[in-house]
Design a binder for this molecule. Structure first.
Ligand code: CDV
Length: 314
């Protein structure tokens, strides 16, 4: 549908990042993100979605005995001098963005964070990753480490949604997309658009025979299911390619409320994927198949909040 013709159209630029190497400074990375924002502006986008930990390499693959040694990967303020150009561009050009980064708070807490910045360059919403994958200690059995549980605390903000860009917008980050609870909590808040970034290795460090194709299938499957089951748009944005010899999958995708991928990245590099997302397209399934008031049976769902592990019958 052409922008402006009918419906509540948000033109979204899903801004995939190519690899970011250990030695790449914030300024160089932000210059790449800014290029994508300029391209998005030229293509008439309202909102640019960047990836998880967009400003750095995916540092949880590296082990540090003293976790404080990892603090240089974290941002102590947002905006800060390095990221200020993104905010200035947003304010000067009336375009919003979401951005993932490692957050170190004044109290010394560490989070894997994503912010939503409005088209005035103001932070409209903040999300801190709830589902942290991986492990907290060095594990020699793995072919590479995934130490998110060592370097981050689980997010403490829940899954907030906010009114922005003419609709109801929610955020999650990477591993969150694999959990139906993530989308359903936001679905119960009327979410119409979920934006998320991901850094997903193309191989499984514990199951080398798992193919990249299987992992890409699972990446898309969970976003498509989350979109359909909650009748919302989902925009999933990768950091892709080889970082220090470790390959991250691409597959940046925009998924419609029927669960179809309507636009997808072709490369493993910096690439903007643009689509007009009609938020009114969320209405039909929200009012019929997924009319929560009419069909949900909460009396049978309590176990979801009371139990983590599965307990099969004896
Ligand atoms: N950054 C991530 O959260 N990555 C996980 C990997 C470890 C499986 C993901 O769910 O994609």
């Amino acid at each position: 549908m052409a922008k402006g013709s009918r419906g509540r159209i948000v033109r979204i630029g899903a801004a995939q990042s190519g690899p970011v190497q250990k030695s790449d400074g914030r300024q160089a990375v932000v210059a790449r993100l800014l290029e994508l924002m300029k391209q998005a502006k030229a293509e008439g986008c309202d909102l640019v979605v960047f990836t998880e930990l967009a400003l750095t390499t995916f540092f949880p693959r590296y082990y540090a005995e003293d976790r404080a040694d990892m603090d240089p990967w974290f941002e102590t303020a947002m905006p800060n001098p390095a990221t200020r150009p993104l905010f200035d561009f947003a304010a000067g050009n009336g375009i919003g963005f979401s951005l993932g980064y490692a957050e170190l708070t004044p109290e010394g807490r560490h989070f894997n964070t994503q912010i939503l910045v409005d088209n005035n360059g103001r932070i409209a919403a903040k999300y801190r990753k709830v589902h942290l994958p991986g492990h907290a200690d060095y594990e020699p059995r793995r072919s590479f480490q995934h130490l998110e549980k060592r370097y981050f605390e689980p997010g403490d903000l829940g899954f907030p949604v906010s009114r922005a860009f003419g609709g109801v917008v929610g955020q999650c980050i990477c591993n969150d997309r694999r959990w139906p609870e993530t989308f359903r909590v936001m679905g119960l808040k009327g979410v119409e658009l979920v934006v998320l970034g991901y850094n997903t290795p193309s191989t499984n460090s514990l199951r080398p025979e798992e193919t990249a194709a299987t992992r890409m299938h699972q990446n898309h499957l969970c976003m498509q299911a989350g979109a359909y089951q909650n009748s919302c748009w989902v925009v999933g944005v990768a950091k892709a390619g080889s970082e220090d010899g470790h390959h991250l999958m691409a597959g940046t995708a925009i998924v419609d409320p029927d669960g179809f991928i309507v636009a997808q990245a072709d490369t493993e590099d910096d690439e903007l994927v643009v689509h007009d997302c009609d938020l009114d397209a969320c209405r039909f399934l929200k009012e019929t198949t997924f009319n929560f008031v009419a069909h949900r049976r909460t009396e049978h769902y309590k176990i979801i909040c009371e139990q983590t592990g599965a307990k099969p019958p004896k």
